[in-house]
Design a protein around this ligand. Sequence first.
Ligand code: DX5
Ligand code: ZN
Length: 223
Amino acid sequence: MTIKKIELAPSLLSCDFGHIEKEIQMAVEAGCQYIHWDVMDGHFVPNISLGVPVIASLRKKCNIIFDVHLMIENPQAFIEPFQKAGSDIITFHIETTDNPKQIINDIKSKKIKAGVSINPYTPIESVYEILDSVDLILLMTVNPGFGAQSFIPEVLPKIKTLRNIIESRNLSFLLEVDGGINLQTVTEVLDAGANLIVAGSSIYHSKDPKKTIQQFKEIFEKY
Ligand code: DX5
Ligand code: ZN
């Protein structure tokens, strides 16, 4: 299996929130194209993180793709504020809506990319109806809500299934994975076919985050 381009999206959830600009700058200097924002509402997930004003403030200072992962109920109501804040990709959870196509259309009508995320134990069939219209599928490899949890290997067959669908139907959406990804588990998700890799604690809690990013990139080059 050949995956053309693999990218890393460091998750800011594990960074020093007192120095977010510096933490993003570190990722830019290490050659990352993406930065991953985790937005939590205390309802869809049992945690609260950050929201529109923080993202808007950093948008003015950083030129990197803002990959915004909404772990919130009623995502439809928040598409416009997050687009205006400067998101390049908005990803919402399939578990939060009965009308994903409408939300995807709303996001795309704002000339940004639309992603759909799916929890580890939600059946993969729940995203089948939107595969033709989406720019990105985000497979959670932990239960969402917190950084630094352990990778759930039961998600690997889902990654393989989606990679097979992409290839057999000649689709082009990004296949993103998020949760428990480190320099060991990353090979499993790459073998399965993921091509956008979120990593939070394994980068920002490491002694030398730039070096860790470099090590991820060296692994990517083997694929
Ligand atoms: C979890 C978030 C993740 C999280 C990943 O709910 O969606 O993006 O930051 O953190 P690690 O890489 O530490 O599992
Ligand atoms: Zn995330």
